[in-house]
Design a protein around this ligand. Structure first.
Ligand SMILES: [Zn+2]
Ligand SMILES: [Zn+2]
Length: 360
């Protein structure tokens, strides 16, 4: 046998031995890996690892379009050690868990409006929060009028689940009084420029403000101020002067984005196929959202440092980023990021720094 053939046979034999070896030890190796993961992650307080300040990130970066990599609308805000959630679209509670954020630590939930892509994860999120930290009181859920119906409906939908959990784990683990949410409604009226402080706690101020998601009303956005740092979340809206006004002087604007150039292609294709219903929906959604270019204009007018786009419609792989952004980059001097699930910005107190992190 030639030398090269012998070397090749040797390598092949070694490879085969490795495969046999891995197969033989697959179970103990897998068990060791699980133990290692548990040691590193179970009981870990990831929030304590962040610098003191304000943090904002995405537990769901998509809108209602289904996507393998993105869950529906969900934003988390951490002020000091307090975790808050703005909207909870389908699948977003699981994404929070994958990021290592403790759902049991959620201090409050804010709803922007009641479209399903913003509340489909809410029942699961409230249940996770309850059982994970043995809460004895429901989580406050702040929202414009109508939030009571959503919370009461979910309470009924999850009533049997709550009974099962208390019966199975005991009242010490799943105290019946802590199940679900406690609606905290507020009314901003119909003035498109209305705003109102709805929460002040431990240095954090949360202000709700009207946006323009007509014909959907009420629809609001939120501004979070903490230790000199600030974040504004648009919710679902067409370009709104109230978002610009509320984002004045803020560090970060988290704004929804829909690219009409692409959605118009969806509409045209649906018409070609004779799918009139789909074509009409594609047409209708154009008039109550904001394009990335318009969001860039709003960020520039408001003078924020960072524009984080979310509620990405349609959600596409990174290859399409340039097409999605259009000329947004030329319209705004600050940073623009097409948000992804797990992406987070940290705003340490006493600085102008904005640090990017990825928790997934
Ligand atoms: Zn939406
Ligand atoms: Zn909406």
């Amino acid at each position: 046998m030639k030398r090269s053939m012998r070397v090749l046979a040797g390598v092949a034999g070694l490879g085969l031995a490795c495969i046999i070896g891995v197969k033989a030890f697959q179970k103990p190796i897998a068990m060791a890996l699980i133990d290692r993961q548990l040691e590193q992650n179970m009981g870990r307080d990831i929030i304590a690892e962040f610098p003191e300040g304000l943090h904002v990130g995405l537990c769901g970066s998509a809108g209602p379009f289904p996507n393998r990599d993105r869950r529906a609308a969900c934003v988390f805000v951490i002020a000091g050690d307090a975790l808050y959630i703005v909207d909870s679209g389908a699948g977003s509670p699981g994404t929070l868990g994958s990021m290592g954020l403790p759902r049991g630590a959620i201090k409050g939930i804010f709803l922007s409006h009641f479209h399903s892509d913003h509340i489909d994860g809410l029942g699961e999120l409230m249940m996770n929060r309850w059982v994970q930290a043995r809460h004895t009181e429901p989580v406050p859920v702040y929202g414009p009028s109508g939030v009571e119906r959503v919370i009461n409906g979910l309470r009924e939908a999850y009533a049997l689940d709550a009974l099962y959990r208390t019966a199975h784990h005991g009242e010490g683990i799943a105290p019946p009084s802590g199940n679900g949410g406690h609606a905290v409604p507020y009314d901003l009226g119909s003035d498109p420029m209305a705003s109102q402080v709805i929460l002040e706690a431990n240095g954090l101020t949360v202000t709700a403000f009207n946006v323009d998601h007509a014909p959907i009303s009420p629809a609001v956005g939120y501004r979070f101020d903490y230790k000199g740092r600030s974040v504004v979340i648009s919710g679902d809206t067409s370009p709104s002067p109230n978002v610009t006004a509320m984002a004045k002087g803020a560090d970060v604007l988290v704004h929804e984005a829909l690219q009409p150039v692409i959605i118009e292609r969806f509409e045209a294709r649906a018409r070609t196929l004779g799918a009139k219903g789909t074509a009409k929906i594609m047409h209708d959604i154009l008039n109550y959202h904001t394009s990335p270019e318009q969001a860039a204009d709003i960020a520039a007018d408001a003078g924020v440092d960072y524009l984080l786009l979310y509620h990405i419609v349609p959600p596409l792989p990174r290859f399409f980023d340039k097409l999605f952004l259009g000329d947004a980059l030329e319209r705004f001097d600050g940073s623009i990021k097409i948000g992804t699930d797990g992406f987070m910005l940290s705003l340490p107190e006493g600085s102008n720094e904005i640090e990017e992190r990825d928790l997934l």
